[in-house]
Write a protein that binds this ligand. Structure first.
Ligand code: BJW
Ligand code: ZN
Length: 256
């Protein structure tokens, strides 16, 4: 069975890369990127809102969506998948966490030096002069409908403050991307958890790891096509990550 083989690979691995997408945070109540939107945003799809054009066309609609998402993250807690990933660092000589997620749930579960490919909801900056926004953002009340919220103004140039995320058409942060490629190239096991693999260049990472002879496994409740030399473990991130760690390290695991 694939899970036994993946567990056996984990047990002897020297360097494991965990590559996560929105599905890793789904069980914390954070909607995945390709879930249908509701409320004020129901007539949009997320890929239309996650662009500089959408922000400039209607800053308060777009900022309101990001603030609603930021508050969802503030109120969420890491789930068993985040915790299992953090725990892996004490069981394998080297673990690198690379995430496409813009939340901080890996860090709050205890993972260190997480590589954020698509930025963070918690690091807004000026859209014009790029100065980081230093004032704390106010709490907003969550309602399923959300609301329009005017973005703050930059203290330096008066420009709009934008979310610190990577929108479509923008380059990924260079240092993070170079490090991610390097880690994918040098790991012996690469676990891709809860991503649809539709967004580039991040989706190249598992292929890069495979090219450099890592064992590659995908964890997802929805089956998708992979090459014959990749593993697919069907199921939710929490269930599969907990099971695979239990099979690999059994008695070494501490109870939650
Ligand atoms: C569970 C679960 C559970 C559910 N457990 N799993 C090559 C070919 C074609 C196009 C391009 C290309 N190269 C570049 C492009 C263009 C574009 C792109 O990729 N487009 C594609 C859509 C075709 N890429 C870019 O623009 C990138 N920039 C770039 O390439 O720069 C160079 C350049 C510059 C100028 C011009 C041209 C090129 C930037 C990409 C930035 C992506 N940003 C976003 C938004 C971030 C801000 C925000 O959050 O609002 O990042 S898009 C969005 O998708 C977000 C995510 O990080 C990313 C990935 O999504 P993810 O995580 O996979 O989520 P989902 O929802 O898709 O999937 C969830 C999965 O979880 C599903 O599979 C579920 O089954 C599963 N699941 N429950 C486990 N319990
Ligand atoms: Zn500015």
């Amino acid at each position: 069975m694939s899970i036994e083989l993946v567990a056996a690979g984990l047990r002897t691995a020297k360097h494991v890369v965990i590559f996560t997408g929105a599905g890793a945070s789904a069980e914390s109540g954070i909607p995945t990127f390709r879930d249908a939107l509701t409320g004020l945003w129901e007539h949009f799809d997320a890929s239309k809102l996650a662009t500089a054009e959408a922000f400039l066309a209607d800053p308060s609609l777009c900022w309101g969506w990001y603030e609603w998402r930021r508050m969802k993250v503030v109120q969420a807690s890491p789930n068993p998948a985040h915790r299992a990933i953090a725990q892996l660092a004490s069981l394998v000589p080297k673990v690198t966490v690379i995430t496409q997620n813009v939340d901080d749930l890996h860090e709050r579960a205890g993972s260190r030096d997480v590589i954020h490919l698509h930025g963070s909801l918690h690091s807004p900056r000026c859209i014009d002069c790029h100065t980081p926004h230093s004032r704390p953002l106010p709490s907003v009340t969550l309602s399923e409908c959300g609301s329009r919220i005017d973005p703050p103004e930059c203290e330096v140039c008066g420009g709009y403050i934008r979310p610190g995320v990577v929108w479509f058409g923008e380059m990924l942060p260079e240092v993070a991307w170079d490090k991610a490629m390097d880690e994918a190239q040098t790991c012996d096991m690469f676990l891709s958890v809860g991503t649809s693999g539709m967004v580039y260049p991040a989706a190249e990472l598992p292929l890069h790891a495979l090219r450099y002879r890592a064992t590659v496994a995908h964890i997802n409740p929805q089956i998708f096509e992979t090459s014959h030399d990749e593993y697919f473990l069907q199921g939710g991130a929490s269930e599969v990550m907990t099971d695979v760690l239990a099979k690999a390290f059994g008695g070494l695991l501490l109870e939650d």
